[in-house]
Design a binder for this molecule. Structure first.
Ligand code: XMP
Length: 512
């Protein structure tokens, strides 16, 4: 793999994604990892990420010079660039010339390998207080900026290079090009990380692990579990049974839609379990969000185990498929354990005495890769491009206790919002569009000729890349107006519609 060494902040994940967009496999490792351990992973190249520290600060993460003598190509970015310069006896300094945001870069004649043939004046994204003032011996300086006299350097002989700016962000127009040049032209790597190769590798790994045993997969209707199931099905065919739990907290038409899409798209055995009475019974009167999540998580597993027991009557089920993604693994500290996934993404987490071994074929993948693989496996667009929907469903979108009546109100409002978003052609622009019912709040309104005392509905459309951060979507006012008019006309109990204009952070995407 290409190892992306994480010096903190949000940069490492983005760099890892960009490397993979160049069709080269990448993994993130913490900067605290000893060089020997990094080398034991037999890295094809190493990228040192940016980070919030200052190189000369007490306790700032350093780079062990041994990293540069192992013959592995290294690319330093921002903090990683400075740390590299210092480790190789160049100089970095705190000059007081901070650069933040779009910054003019001047490329030296030729531009070396990294910046070859690019226009001499480029805009790049900078975010630094310190800068490299002298490149280490053996390096050619290929660019500078007003606040960073040495903004790019390379030693193609030793296959080492670095840049002060951030090539991974979209605000550096030629950033991806520059990253590719490091990977292909300096490190000499081949673009072999493609959907088809990933599928082949995973299918082989699943076959190896599962053998002739039975496997079950909880289908949620979302893209992750669908793609995980499709991969496992490709690997072991009818040894797989998918289970779709209808917990009564789904949106209008959702259970039918999922059933229809899957049956049409795949030949996977699908078992639909209606457990809505049990879930709603267990949730009665509960208002605390965490409490709701815990109850749902517990009921989910119970339903699931019961379904597996029914199958067990025929043959023992040994494996459970989970759609865990790479960001979950990274967030939970690198993923050495078997099931260290955020409870968030697994509806309350898994019990310690779980009877199954886990199969997690998406554990190394980002969401956009999962979508590509889904498409390559022939899953239809309705599944592959579906908006994420949380496992606890509408229960965490009703602020207050959950009951059938409130669910009906929310389903009606949610359906209108979804219909209008689709009609406006904005399904792809918006990452996710939660609709929330403030069930314990009432306000005065006038509908028809009379006073009403109804509930507000909150629209929460967001744009995002990976749900870790998000911004509120700037929907056209006419669209919001239409949704508002329709909801207040068609859903009797609602007399007010508001739009949530909070980014994440500080808000989360869901209200609970
Ligand atoms: P938040 O609300 O934390 O949500 O910004 C981030 C993303 O995760 C989804 N989400 C969940 N998904 N089980 C899930 O499978 C959960 O318990 C859960 N809670 C939130 C949310 O819809 C958003 O896409």
């Amino acid at each position: 793999p290409v190892l992306v060494v994480d010096f903190g902040a949000q940069y490492a994940q983005l760099i890892a994604r960009r490397v993979r967009e160049a069709n080269v496999y990448s993994e993130i490792v913490p900067s605290s990892m000893p060089v020997a351990d990094m080398l034991a992973k037999r890295p094809a190249a190493i990228v040192l990420s940016g980070g919030p520290s200052s190189v000369y600060e007490e306790g700032a993460p350093q780079v062990d010079p041994a990293l540069f003598t192992a013959g592995v190509p290294v690319f330093g970015i921002c903090y990683g660039f400075q740390a590299m310069a210092v480790a190789l006896h160049g100089e970095a300094a705190h000059t007081g010339n901070r650069e933040f945001g779009g910054t003019p870069l001047t490329i030296a004649a030729g531009g070396g390998v990294l910046l070859r043939d690019l226009e001499a004046h480029q805009s790049v994204w900078m975010s630094h207080g310190d800068c490299v003032t002298a490149a280490p011996a053996g390096f050619t300086v290929t660019a500078g900026s007003p606040g960073a006299p040495v903004a790019a350097f390379e030693d193609t002989e030793r296959r080492l290079a670095g840049v002060q700016f951030h090539p991974e962000v979209a605000h550096t127009p030629h950033g991806q090009e520059i990253l590719r040049r490091f990977l292909y032209d300096i490190a000499g790597l081949e673009p072999t990380w493609t959907s088809n190769n990933i599928i082949e590798e995973q299918v082989a790994a699943i076959r190896e692990k599962v053998g002739t045993k039975r496997v079950i997969c909880g289908l949620s209707g979302g893209v992750d579990s669908a793609v995980a199931a499709a991969l496992v099905h490709k690997a072991v065919g009818d040894q797989l049974t998918c289970i779709f739990v209808d917990h009564g907290l789904l949106r209008a038409g959702e259970a039918e839609q999922v059933e229809k899409d899957y049956v049409a798209a795949t030949a996977i055995n699908l078992k639909v379990v209606d457990a809505s009475a049990t879930f709603l019974g267990a949730l009665a009167g509960v208002t605390d969000p965490e409490q709701k999540r815990k109850i749902i998580g517990r009921e989910f597993i119970r339903t699931f185990e019961a379904a597996a027991r029914e199958l067990d009557a025929e043959d023992h089920v040994e494996f459970l498929v989970q759609g865990t993604l790479y960001p979950d693994v990274v967030e939970s500290g690198g993923g050495t354990g078997t099931a260290n996934i955020k409870s968030h993404h697994n509806v309350g987490g898994l019990p310690d005495d779980l009877q199954f071994q886990l199969v997690e074929p998406l554990r190394t993948l980002f969401k956009d890769e999962v979508r590509q693989i889904g498409a390559a496996l022939g899953l239809p667009e309705e599944i592959v491009m579906r908006h994420p929907f949380p496992g606890p469903g509408l229960a965490i979108r009703i602020i207050g206790a959950v009951d059938e009546e409130r669910l009906e109100i929310l389903r009606a409002a949610d359906l209108i919002a979804r219909e209008e978003l689709t009609a406006a052609g904005l399904d792809r622009t918006v990452w996710q569009f939660p609709v929330v019912l403030l069930a314990d709040v009432r306000s005065v309104g006038v509908q028809g000729d009379g006073r009403t005392y109804g509930h507000p509905i909150v629209l929460r459309p967001v744009s995002s890349d990976d749900a870790m951060t998000a911004d509120w979507s700037r929907l056209p006012h006419e669209l919001i107006a239409k949704i508002s008019t329709r909801i207040t006309n068609e859903v009797r109990e609602v007399n007010r519609v508001v739009v949530d204009v909070t980014s994440k952070p500080p808000g989360t995407i869901e209200w609970e």
